[in-house]
Design a protein around this ligand. Structure first.
Ligand code: CP3
Length: 355
């Protein structure tokens, strides 16, 4: 069905053969690019940028224009659009992470939590998806995304990022019923949100479980993983479209075998996991996406090439690997270092795809 000019990323997600290892970069549209900073300034701030489909389209395409070796694009948005649409009062202070004016702490507020009207309150996201698809003209596939219920809940309850998660963990241990109520509500919201993105035209979906790794082993199995599994199985029922899926639990390398039960096509790996060991553990069940340490891009070209090579050697021969960073690219990355990484992936990976 594909009218894509470059569908190697989708092929790799289905473990079909490709001439080289496809690659994209988490947060590929972002502050390390001067053109992104210029558009953000035009928008006024980051949230305005997300909420303006024309500008969101512009920044989604910026990394593709600069780096022709990218094999996928990702919707420019944020995982916190859902809690924002739920009325928690999302704001960003320059140089700091996201914060909420009204964090979710009181039982009464938790019981009152309503899922947003995706067709209305989050229409700017699906409008951006349609516009981006049009602007891409089939160059590469478009990835849609959401946060995992657990990760969204951490921001909603803590009220900000970068905490030690003591507020939400206290809730997990003392009032698991309340936390499960939040997680169930978010699961419904995420399902509707991703369904709307699929209907608007994204080619793949990715669930970012950025803070799954903060949980204990038991906690992960109770509060994070099962909800991602429900979302993926709900989506399979809701849509006729066969859209591949990726789940990424940052800090989740210990639980790869458990993650197989979620039913995604791919698992994201952060940089702490050795990719060759990960491949042995998951076998042929899923594709692996990752896992270069984003910090390497701050170093020298030779060091970058060496690390790219190490990861490609680690995965070895055959399909089923999508090259990426182990987490988002940092804003201090020199843009030309991205070229070095992409060129090395393209040149060095071809030997692993000969039949
Ligand atoms: O990957 C992409 O290019 C698509 C865009 C994207 C953004 N956020 C843009 C963004 C994606 C996929 C996200 C997901 C996201 N947002 C996650 C999951 C991925 C991860 O990093 O673990 C999380 C946890 C968030 C919440 C969030 N939004 C944080 C913690 C921050 C601050 C980060 C920082 O580096 O300061 C944001 C803001 C944000 N989201 C920026 C961008 C480009 C920077 C905002 C700016 O321009 O000032």
């Amino acid at each position: 069905m594909s009218t894509l000019r470059n569908d190697y990323f989708l092929k790799a997600l289905q473990r079909q053969s490709t001439p080289y290892t496809p690659v994209w970069i988490m947060r590929q549209a972002g502050r390390y690019l001067p053109e992104y900073r210029a558009t953000r300034q035009k928008a006024g701030d980051f949230l305005n940028l997300c909420k303006n489909p024309n500008l969101a389209t512009e920044v989604t395409l910026q990394p593709l224009d600069r780096y022709p070796l990218l094999d996928a694009s990702i919707l420019f948005s944020d995982i916190l659009t859902i809690p924002d649409a739920m009325g928690l009062g999302l704001y960003f202070e320059l140089g700091e992470g996201p914060k909420f004016e009204r964090p979710l702490r009181e039982e009464a507020d938790i019981q009152k939590l309503n899922i947003p009207d995706v067709g209305k309150d989050l229409k700017y996201v699906t409008d951006a998806v349609s516009q981006i698809k049009q602007a891409l003209q089939g160059r590469v596939p478009l990835i849609g995304f959401s946060g995992s219920p657990w990760t969204l809940a951490t921001y909603m309850v803590e009220g900000q990022g970068g905490t030690d998660f003591l507020t939400i963990k206290k809730m997990a241990y003392s009032r698991p019923d309340l936390l499960h109520h939040i997680l169930k509500t978010m699961t419904e919201a995420v399902t509707q949100y991703l369904h709307a993105q699929i209907e608007a035209g994204v080619d793949t979906i990715m669930i970012f479980d950025s803070w799954g790794g903060a949980l204990s082993h038991q906690g992960y199995l109770e509060f994070s993983l099962p909800y991602m599994k429900v979302i993926l199985s709900n989506l399979k029922m809701l849509t006729q479209k066969k859209i591949p899926s990726i789940i990424f639990t940052k800090g989740g390398g210990l639980w790869l075998e458990d993650q197989l039960t979620a039913g995604s096509d791919a698992l994201g790996l952060d940089w702490q996991t050795d990719i060759s060991a990960a491949k042995k553990r998951v076998g042929n069940h899923v594709v692996l996406q990752g896992n270069l340490d984003p910090a390497i891009l701050l170093s020298k070209p030779e060091a970058i090439e060496k690390e790219v090579k190490r990861i490609l050697d680690g995965f070895g021969h055959g399909s089923g690997h999508i090259f990426n960073l182990g987490h988002g690219i940092t804003e201090h990355t020199p843009p030309e270092h991205v070229d070095v990484m992409l060129r090395k992936v393209r040149d060095y990976s071809q030997q692993f795809h000969t039949t």
